[in-house]
Design a protein around this ligand. Structure first.
Ligand code: GAZ
Length: 263
């Protein structure tokens, strides 16, 4: 019997969700993990498996079936590895974590939108949008889990869904000088984020990797796209990010070259 295979992109937050879940279950090594280079066209063999779609992660089951969409794959992994459940089993509790999960897109979209923004006059409005999303999560947690730090007793499903984005938003601190204000309106979400970030199952990436790989996103080029005048994307697999210098932070004033980025 083949192992199930996950096709993934390094530093993709949706892919990291699966790594977190598998780590929580102690099953990470039972899956084959195959890296796909986001800066190159998808290989034909992969496009054949996906029938032409390019978004990752994709899971190929041991029986050769293809499953797309990170949240769908998470549920599949939860179902095939039912010991050490990560999702809640009680119907009401499961509904609560699903409500929070459903807030993911309205949380991460303004974060990526702000990172990719190129118009300095829009910065304050984008900061406000982002803060409103943190406030909504804060309110949800105050209603359903006032004593914290997690939604339930332990790091679980909602934490696996959101933590990759808490880690990606290190790019907002670096490129947009964003920090969550030290105010009561954000105290509960701050506590959740801190507890999530320090959990042992979420250490697949680092602030340094995120900041270096997402430089081109900060200049408006997403998903491995190439910026004008550049030969290489900051999302390239080589040179290794550890060997590259920290990128310049002044995205609104300066276009870094390949050489400046250590590419
Ligand atoms: N809904 C899918 C899932 O699995 O949950 C999303 C997967 C996805 O978007 N994967 C991206 C991908 O494979 C990599 S991570 N892209 C290559 C391709 O060919 O489609 C997020 C953004 C954004 C831009 C990028 C990303 C991101 O907004 O992290 O907003 C959330 C991509 C402009």
């Amino acid at each position: 019997m083949n192992k199930p295979t996950i096709y993934h992109i390094p530093v993709c937050p949706f892919c990291q969700r699966l790594d977190i879940l598998l780590t929580l279950k102690g099953r990470y090594d039972e899956i084959a993990h195959q890296v796909i280079d986001i800066t190159q066209p998808r290989p034909d063999w992969l496009l054949q498996k996906t029938r032409g779609t390019t978004a990752l992660p994709v899971l190929e089951t041991a029986g050769g079936h293809i499953i797309k969409e990170s949240l769908v794959i998470l549920q599949y992994l939860e179902d095939i590895y039912p010991e050490r459940p990560v999702a809640q089993r009680d119907p009401y509790r499961h509904a609560v974590e699903n409500m929070l999960t459903r807030m993911d897109t309205s949380f991460f979209s303004p974060g990526f939108g702000w990172l990719m923004n190129q118009d300095p006059t829009r910065r304050e409005a984008l900061r406000e949008d982002m803060l409103n999303q943190y406030a909504q999560l804060n309110d949800f947690l105050l209603e359903h889990a006032p004593s914290g730090p997690f939604l339930f007793e332990e790091f679980g499903w909602a934490e696996a869904v959101f933590t990759p984005f808490f880690e990606r938003f290190w790019f907002l601190e670096y490129y947009e000088d964003f920090t969550l204000p030290d105010e009561a309106r954000y105290a509960r979400i701050r506590e959740w984020i801190d507890a999530c970030l320090s959990h042992p199952a979420v250490q697949q990436t680092s602030r340094e990797e995120v900041v270096k790989l997402y430089y081109d996103y900060s200049k408006g080029a997403g998903n491995g796209a190439l910026l004008p005048g550049r030969m290489k994307s900051s999302m390239s697999l080589t040179p290794d990010w550890r060997a590259r210098p920290w990128p310049p932070r002044n995205k609104y004033e300066h276009n870094a070259t390949d050489a400046e980025l250590g590419l």
